[in-house]
Structures are given as C-alpha cells and as structure tokens.
Design a protein around this ligand. Structure first.
Ligand code: SF4
Ligand code: SF4
Length: 78
C-alpha cells in the first residue's frame, strides 16, 4: 500500500509573475519568493517543502490561472 501524499502546493514556475499574493495568503508561511528568474524573466515562488495543510488559500489568491495547484490527501487517497 502506498503512503498517502502529504498536502502540498504544485507551483508552475513558468506561470508565476512574482506578485507575492500567495506568499501573503499562506497561513503557514511555507511559500517564499525565490531569487532565480523563470524563462519569462520573473522571479517565482517556491515551497519550503514542509508544513502545507492543503487549505487552498494560495490557489485562490493567485491571479494567474495556471500557476498553482494544491494537492490535498483527500483527493488522492482513492
Ligand atoms: S495550500 Fe494553504 S498551507 Fe498550503 S501552501 Fe497554499 S496557502 Fe499555504
Ligand atoms: S500569487 Fe501566483 S503569480 Fe503571484 S507570486 Fe504567487 S504563484 Fe506567482
């Protein structure tokens, strides 16, 4: 039996415009603005790797339709 995945954000770096809204919206403060640039010349947000609860705040705060997906262990246990 496979371990259920922990909740985590999936950040599509190419779509990020570095607005910082998801960083502000995250109650666990597990998203940070990186220093590198994506292929479009924007910095992009990265996940610290631990602590996400899958609340979805970052997804709803992001104005870019394809920049964030949130994986919860609810929808991936089936
Ligand atoms: S789903 Fe919630 S806890 Fe997880 S990174 Fe997004 S805002 Fe933070
Ligand atoms: S809200 Fe979206 S576009 Fe803005 S920094 Fe976060 S991932 Fe990037």
């Amino acid at each position: 039996m496979t371990e259920p995945q922990k909740p985590h954000p999936e950040l599509i770096h190419l779509e990020c415009k570095a607005c910082g809204r998801c960083v502000e919206a995250c109650p666990r403060q597990v998203l940070v603005m990186g220093d590198e640039l994506n292929a479009r010349g924007y910095r992009f947000v990265v996940y610290l790797g631990e602590g996400c609860t899958g609340c979805g705040n970052c997804f709803y705060a992001c104005p870019e339709p394809y920049a964030i997906r949130v994986h919860t262990n609810r929808d991936e246990q089936a």
